[in-house]
Ligand binder design. Structure first.
Ligand code: HEM
Length: 368
């Protein structure tokens, strides 16, 4: 009996692999990329499953290296495909492929996005189209140019503080700027989007940064470990348990912000009602308090989404821009000259007109 059962299970597994291999074989012929051998279950996953325990960042470096080599190999194509076991990951190389994709208006997300729900629930980035559309319509006015203009004093205040910090750091032989830049962008997101100053909130922003970093790394790492793709298996793993703890820390941070804002909202409702263009959290709270359209958990999902999506992206862009500008002294000199032309010796706050005048800097940041 046992033998028959084992044989039956073996045949079932074999049939599944055969079907998946036939499917992969057919589609891998249609897209540029390495063609996995017929019964090679892992496909391109093998290239990413290399470990060197002596180097903490080995897998990240290996990931970038594999992607770089593939991009060089298929650089003349519009896109190429990586096969993570039987799952095709389409990597876009040239802009025409992006254009074509946008024109097809494909807005459904793949199942990897479900992993993010552990942290950000079903906020704008992870929600399905039926939930995303009305939420997106609701929140788009928060990015009206008049609202963004109103943030100039905040940008200026934090930037000035950051310049002071950097000036002090220049006395040192070496400074690691990634963490202070990330804390800066988080402070700015919290004040502009949520109307809360992190230093006054009593929440630990360094912990939030650490937790978001951990979770982002875990998402990428999980991609290359198909055995922890199902959520229930991931949650049982050591990494999964740690991820849940980090997600909890993020939720504590954002719940604290929401509570503070809620009590302020209740105290100062008149002033709130008179505002024409509302900041993100004000608008979300209004939909919670006035119409009951959103629950507190709905608000948390969006606050988690904006806190996560809004600060690390910007800080990574800033850190890379500074690094690349540092590598190209001729670019650095031109930026310096342009800044001198616009500001001279003046240390006044930056205005919208100044930003429009800094055309060379604008190009450098866009290329970066
Ligand atoms: C250099 C800075 C940024 C980069 C490179 C960037 C990149 C991206 C990308 C690639 C997506 C699409 C994600 C996907 O659907 O898979 C996205 C979506 C999103 N980003 Fe950013 N982002 C940046 C800054 C920001 C900031 C400052 C905020 C918040 C104030 C923000 C909030 C969001 C939100 C809410 C979405 C989901 C939008 C939707 O689906 O409707 N991002 N971002």
């Amino acid at each position: 009996m046992f033998l028959i059962l084992t044989f039956f299970i073996f045949i079932c597994i074999f049939m599944v692999i055969l079907r998946l291999s036939l499917w992969r074989n057919k589609y891998s012929q249609l897209m540029p990329g390495k063609k996995p051998r017929f019964f090679d279950v892992l496909g391109d996953t093998k290239d990413f499953l290399i470990y060197d325990t002596s180097n903490k960042y080995f897998w990240q470096m290996n990931f970038v290296d594999v992607m770089r080599r593939r991009t060089v190999e298929f650089g003349k194509q519009q896109l190429f495909c990586l096969w993570l076991t039987f799952l095709p990951i389409v990597c876009i190389v040239r802009y025409r492929a992006v254009k074509e994709l946008m024109e097809k208006k494909i807005i459904e997300k793949n199942f990897f996005y479900k992993w993010m729900e552990l942290t950000v629930g079903s906020g704008l980035i992870t929600s399905e189209v039926s939930k995303w559309k009305p939420r997106r319509k609701l929140l788009t006015p928060c990015f009206h140019s008049n609202i963004l203009r109103g943030y100039f004093p905040i940008f200026n205040e934090y930037s000035q503080k950051f310049v002071d910090f950097l000036q002090a750091e220049t006395k040192k032989e070496f400074t690691y700027i990634e963490t202070p830049v990330t804390l800066l962008t988080l402070d700015i997101i919290c004040e502009t989007m949520f109307g809360v100053r992190t230093e006054e909130s009593g929440s630990d922003s360094s912990q939030l940064v650490k937790s978001i970093r951990w979770i982002n790394e875990m998402h990428v790492l999980r991609l290359f470990k198909p055995y922890i793709w199902p959520d229930f298996l991931f949650k049982l793993s050591k990494d999964g348990k740690e991820t849940i703890q980090h997600a909890q820390k993020i939720h504590d941070f954002t719940r604290n912000i929401i509570q503070q804002k809620k009590s302020r909202y209740l105290k100062d409702q008149k002033h709130h009602d008179s505002e024409k263009h509302k900041a993100l959290l004000d608008l979300l709270l209004e939909k919670h308090m006035e119409t009951g359209e959103l629950s507190e958990e709905d608000i948390r999902e969006e606050v988690d989404t904006f806190a996560s999506a809004g600060h690390e992206t910007v800080s990574i862009s800033i850190v890379w821009a500074l690094y690349l500008i540092g590598l190209h002294s001729e670019v650095q000199m031109k930026i310096h000259e342009e800044l001198d032309t616009v500001f001279g010796e003046d240390t006044r706050p930056v205005t919208e007109k100044d930003l429009n005048d800094l055309q060379y800097l604008d190009c450098v940041l866009k290329v970066n």
